[in-house]
Structures are given as structure tokens and as C-alpha cells.
Design a protein around this ligand. Structure first.
Ligand code: BCO
Length: 167
């Protein structure tokens, strides 16, 4: 059927399907985050320490995605890249992906209850709608040195709430 989307976790398991999805994510992030060096995006997407989820349309076309780095023992994940295709923005895909991501993380890493991200100015409003705030309550010692510092970006935090069903 036309217009049907699927949201799926993408593993670094060397399966052909995963390569196709990782490459689709790399291309999407390079297009939607033009200020980020292309090489840097490629390196992080293919890095096995990163984890990802993709919004996929028919024919394995990636129209949205999230790349994150789980720091399971430290109880948080850094959201490294987050984007939807320009022609698919403001359709609710970004919000749906974030909900699936929160729900997926809760099952896969029950101890991981916080997310941090460096949002650029344009994306701050979007992240606020998704439950992120600039008020960082996580102790600096937990995350400092683990996540990359971006100049001119706003560090934002989100906490998973046990009672909330995100889907
Ligand atoms: O739920 P509501 O209808 O009330 O609100 C919607 C949108 O109106 C709102 N929204 C979207 N972008 C916003 C914004 N509000 C304020 N400022 C903005 N810039 O958020 C609710 C959900 O919208 P959506 O589900 O339709 O989101 P969409 O358009 O699919 O995806 C949003 C973005 C930010 C992912 C998308 O615009 C995008 O890909 N932009 C380009 C890439 C980008 O800026 N990504 C985030 C950069 S930060 C990062 O990746 C980490 C650090 C490197």
C-alpha cells in the first residue's frame, strides 16, 4: 500500500538489509544536517558503538532516522543525529519516531532512563515538544567527556517516565 511507513531498529550485524538501511540513514543525515562534516556522519553511522532506528517506506527507502550512542552503565544515551526527509517533515514522523525510540529503549535497556542531545537552534522547539529541556539535572560527572561538545548547540535532556506508555 502507498504511504505506509515502518519504524525499525537497525543493527550493525553486517546483514545486507542492515547495510541498506545504514546507508540510507547516512545519506539522510548528510542531506538534512548540512553543517555537519559528511565524513563525520558516515563514521558515526557505521560505528558499531552507535545504535539506530529508521522510518522506512516501501522499497526500503529511509525517510527518517535516529542515531544514538547508548551508555548503558551510565544510564543515558546521547542522541547524535535525528532527522526526517524534507518532503516528509511536519507530518508527525519525527514525533512518531521519538515515541518508538523511547519505547524501544525502555525494553532493550531498562536501566537507561535519560537522553542527552546537542540540538541546534532550529531544532530546540522540536525537542521541547518531545519532552526535552535545556535544564540539565543529570550530574555532569555522568556525561562529561562521554558526549561530544558541539559549538553553538544547546545541550538538552529528557527523562523517561515509568508511568508513561510512549506508544
Ligand atoms: O505535535 P505538533 O503538531 O504540535 O508539533 C509538531 C511540529 O509542529 C513540531 N516541530 C517540528 N519542527 C519544529 C517544531 N516545533 C518547533 N520548532 C521546530 N523546528 O514538533 C511536532 C512534531 O513534528 P513532526 O513529528 O512532524 O516532526 P518532523 O517534521 O517529522 O521532524 C522534525 C525534525 C526537527 C526532525 C525535522 O524538521 C528535521 O529533520 N529537520 C532537519 C534536521 C534537524 O534539524 N535535526 C535535528 C538536529 S539536532 C541533532 O540531530 C542532534 C545534534 C547533532
Amino acid at each position: 500500500r502507498k504511504g505506509v511507513i515502518k519504524i525499525m531498529p537497525v543493527e550493525h550485524d553486517k546483514q545486507p538489509r542492515s547495510w541498506v538501511l545504514l546507508t540510507g540513514l547516512k545519506t539522510l543525515f548528510q542531506k538534512q544536517l548540512p553543517k555537519m562534516p559528511r565524513e563525520y556522519i558516515a563514521r558515526l553511522v557505521y560505528d558499531p558503538n552507535s545504535a539506530a532506528m529508521a522510518i522506512v517506506k516501501r522499497g526500503f527507502k529511509v525517510v527518517g532516522g535516529i542515531l544514538y550512542r547508548p551508555f548503558v552503565q551510565r544510564g543515558f544515551a546521547e542522541i547524535v543525529f535525528f532527522a526526517t526527509n524534507s518532503t516528509d517533515q511536519v507530518k508527525g514522523y519525527g514525533g512518531t519516531l521519538m515515541d518508538h525510540f523511547k519505547s524501544h529503549v525502555r525494553v532493550k535497556y531498562p536501566e537507561m532512563k535519560h537522553f542527552l542531545t546537542y540540538a541546534d537552534n532550529y531544532a530546540v522547539g522540536y525537542f521541547e515538544k518531545q519532552g526535552f529541556a535545556k535544564d540539565i539535572t543529570l550530574d555532569r560527572s555522568i556525561w562529561a567527556g562521554y558526549i561530544k561538545d558541539y559549538e553553538g548547540a544547546n545541550l538538552m535532556q529528557c527523562a523517561l517516565i515509568d508511568k508513561v506508555d510512549y506508544l
